[in-house]
Design a protein around this ligand. Structure first.
Ligand code: NCD
Ligand code: ZN
Length: 347
């Protein structure tokens, strides 16, 4: 039995770092393991311009532990007013790595998102021309569509047509949660790749709702069925380069997670690579972890893999229930806090 595993240092292609004291508390948890991370732009004041991205990147860099070589990669929050020239300048200056679509009101801090996709045509045309990636929160937000059907509806109504209208635009459908999305990505790769979170490999809607309501497991897109979870596990461990790691680690203060309504988002950064390793181990696929975590995402983004490695070992440890934040937010609940994880990173 494999007891130790050394892999190229992984990247996380979808993380929420927030800002201020919250960022200071959470950035070190990602920087401890990952070489780079795609930083989501859905701050209270979203990151919509290259100038805002430059400033936010500096704040994130300042939150790294001393000596860390971790690099945040910045994204542009699309609105009806996004300026294609600013996007292109930001991309050429290395400030923007990708565009991010939030359908309006789909999730946390998405109130400024896009209601009419046609109104981002010009910026998508530009991205297609300059080779910039288009990332999306793939959920249809029409209230007539059931929450468990939102991802499939987005594929049928939005993403399918987009891939045809912009055949040269490289995309990432983020945080896949359904067998349908797994199949769509497999059929559309290399144009469309998909990220898979650690928690969606473990949690179903039954876990979230079936044994007392669990706001700690509540996120967007919400966890789906056991059949979907199995499809996600098969995809992640398949060794197919169309699926790669994106945690969607999304910290919220305990008071917001325990509120009514509860905030959507699961904070997994302190247990992310450890959870993926445990899942790959359960699936008898530890040999596939490096591709998924460290190689395929970088390839889709046109980046070289990280130059160094990390080592994991099979050794149980107890996940802290919360991490502390300076100020009124006080504590952020951690995914599986208080529970055991079977793999850990060798420091
Ligand atoms: C994210 C957040 O909290 O910013 N929440 C979530 O449930 N995943 C936003 C997002 O990625 O949907
Ligand atoms: Zn997210």
């Amino acid at each position: 039995m494999t007891e130790r595993l050394t892999i190229t240092r992984p990247d996380d292609f979808h993380v929420h770092f927030r800002d201020g004291a919250m960022a200071a508390a959470v950035v070190p948890h990602t920087a401890r393991v990952f070489g780079r991370a795609i930083a989501m732009p859905n701050l209270a004041v979203p990151v919509e311009t290259a100038a805002q991205a430059a400033e936010y990147r500096e704040r994130l860099r300042a939150a790294r532990p001393p000596g860390s070589r971790f690099e945040p990669l910045m994204t542009c929050y699309l609105t009806h007013d996004t300026d294609p020239d600013d996007v292109e300048r930001g991309f050429r200056d290395g400030l923007f790595t990708a565009l991010k679509l939030y359908p309006a009101h789909a999730t946390t801090n998405a109130a400024h998102g896009v209601t009419d996709l046609r109104r981002i045509d010009r910026v998508l045309e530009r991205a297609e021309k300059i080779g910039m990636l288009f990332l999306m929160h793939g959920e249809e937000v029409d209230p007539a569509i059931d929450i468990f059907d939102r991802e499939e509806a987005f594929i049928d109504l939005r993403l399918g047509p987009l891939t045809e209208r912009f055949p040269g635009l490289k995309m990432v459908m983020e945080h896949l949660t359904t067998a349908a999305a797994v199949d769509f990505v497999s059929a559309k790769f290399p144009q469309v790749a998909g990220t898979i979170t650690a928690h969606h490999l473990e949690v179903t809607r039954t876990d979230m709702l079936g044994h007392g309501m669990r706001p700690d497991l509540y996120c967007m897109p919400v966890a789906k069925t056991e059949r979907d979870r199995k499809a996600l596990r098969a995809a992640a461990t398949s060794g197919e380069p169309c699926y790669f790691l994106g945690t969607d680690s999304a910290p919220h203060p305990l008071a917001r997670k325990a509120a009514m309504p509860a905030a959507a988002g699961v904070f997994t950064a302190p247990v992310a690579i450890e959870t993926y390793a445990s899942v790959f181990d359960e699936e008898g696929a530890l040999d596939k972890l490096e591709g998924f975590a460290s190689l395929f995402g970088a390839r889709h983004y046109g980046l070289a893999p990280n130059p160094d490695t990390i080592t994991l070992e099979r050794a149980g440890w107890t996940v802290p229930a919360t991490i502390a934040v300076d100020g009124p937010d006080a504590a952020i609940p951690v995914y599986r806090g208080g529970g055991q994880v079977r793999w850990r990173v060798v420091e």
